[in-house]
Design a protein around this ligand. Structure first.
Ligand SMILES: [Zn+2]
Length: 428
């Protein structure tokens, strides 16, 4: 199996590398990020996702805890009520951030947990105990599922479990066994998945839309497009493993995690995002949350203040599975207009770094504003006001296509029943 440092990054797969970086840092910081790589067979999506474990930072857990209890935030039945002193007595250890796979033959019991038959039948000390499944064991790490579209088709009971795990952050799993009380455990697990939408049974969003919507980001992975890249691969460039490069990458995540506390996504970007949601009638707020969260993480990775172009970059992967391509193109065009205008006309103020107590609550924290108004902010507020008035967002009015209604509006009761309900074809 290839190591991370042996992979060749090119124009067809670079976005997956970026999104994986976001998911690693976020998981390491305690907030799961669910990603789905779609692409044809042979594009290397599965190889890249599996190799990413080589650059996982280590995490600290209470010594020997199978649930991977964070010493600062223990959650398992055995440790959650312990005092810091008691935890100190048990001790802590560093382990690899988990990376576990759910296979297509997985059963509910192996995924969430089941009764531990070994302990039950023990001659010396028989006791009813739980054998933890894959998901609780992957707490604070990653679960990988290859061909998730096929799993969604053939194993609906596993999909229901995933919906619970991915529905909230943190998610939850429930372990039910006859003769034992039902145990519900909170889990912080990032679900990473891959699929080929061109193969049976087709794209995930057509099979289980609810599950598809749970993914923060969906990335298209494509084959290399240039002769140079193919030559790189053929010549074996990047074939030699480079452990030093992997260690540096791990170090960069550890440093970026320290920066997260000081990063605040500017209010203007949040407003732009809220406007996109309202103006384009998007169904799910999850997509907006993913973009906002991703922008925050990306900023720590790049060491730069969050910008409109970060939003645009993430919109592509966060809304791809949540709106149609026409809507997506328009959203991107509007954001691009906003960023070009910004670059041409205004000087962006430096981002103020505000240390905060708990960075996971970054959405609720008050933004400390720079003193005085500036043109950049004025533009954004003008933009959001324009949206509230239902005007087209920040584009030159000359560029806006205006379509007159096809028919004059009439009260509903004057319509025939057949006119009230239209088929998809009729609407087109
Ligand atoms: Zn524990």
């Amino acid at each position: 199996m290839k190591r991370y440092s042996q992979l060749v990054k090119h124009e067809g797969n670079s976005c997956l590398f970026d999104v994986i970086d976001i998911a690693i840092l976020s998981t390491y910081a305690g907030v799961p990020v669910h990603i789905h790589a779609e692409g044809l067979r042979g594009t290397g999506k599965t190889t890249i996702m599996r190799a990413a474990r080589n650059i996982f930072p280590k995490i600290e857990r209470i010594k020997g805890c199978e649930y991977n209890c964070d010493p600062k935030d223990p959650h398992c039945p055995a440790h959650r009520d312990l005092s810091p002193e008691e935890i100190e007595k048990i001790g802590v250890e560093l382990i690899d951030m988990p990376f576990l796979e759910i296979s297509h033959s997985a059963k509910k019991g192996t995924v969430v947990g089941s009764i531990d038959v070994g302990k039950l039948l023990s001659k010396d000390n028989p006791q009813a105990a739980l054998l933890l499944g894959t998901i609780p064991r992957a707490h604070r790490g990653v679960i990988f599922i290859d061909e998730i579209n096929r799993l969604a088709d053939t194993a609906p009971e596993i999909v229901d479990i995933l919906l619970d795990v991915m529905g909230t952050k943190p998610g939850k799993v429930q372990i039910e066994e006859a003769g034992l009380p039902t145990v519900e455990i909170p889990v912080k697990v990032s679900v990473w998945a891959a699929s080929n939408p061109d193969e049976e049974p087709g794209p995930l969003e057509n099979i289980r839309r609810q599950l598809s919507d749970r993914f923060d980001f969906v990335v298209d992975v494509e084959k290399p497009k240039s002769i140079g890249t193919v030559l790189d691969i053929l010549n074996g460039r990047g074939q030699k493993e480079d452990l030093q490069m992997e260690r540096e990458k791990i170090k960069s995540f550890m440093e970026a995690k320290e920066k997260l506390e000081k990063i605040e996504v500017p209010e203007e970007l949040k407003t732009a995002l809220a406007s996109v949601y309202i103006n384009y009638g998007l169904e799910s707020l999850r997509g907006m949350e993913s973009i906002l969260h991703g922008t925050w993480i990306l900023s720590a990775l790049s060491g730069k203040s969050p910008e409109i172009k970060d939003l645009s970059y993430l919109v592509k992967v966060a809304l791809k599975h949540r709106t149609d391509s026409k809507n997506l193109a328009e959203i991107l065009k509007n954001l691009e207009n906003l960023s070009t205008k910004n670059a041409e006309t205004f000087q962006k103020p430096p981002m103020e770094l505000v240390p905060r107590g708990n960075f996971t609550n970054y959405r609720q924290t008050e933004v400390r504003r720079n003193n005085g108004e500036n043109a950049f902010k004025k533009m954004f507020f003008a933009f959001s006001r324009a949206l509230r008035r239902n005007a087209p967002p920040a584009v030159n009015p000359k560029d806006v296509e205006i379509e007159a209604p096809i028919q004059k509006a009439v009260p509903l009761k004057q319509l025939d029943f057949n006119e009230r309900v239209k088929t998809e074809d009729e609407l087109l």
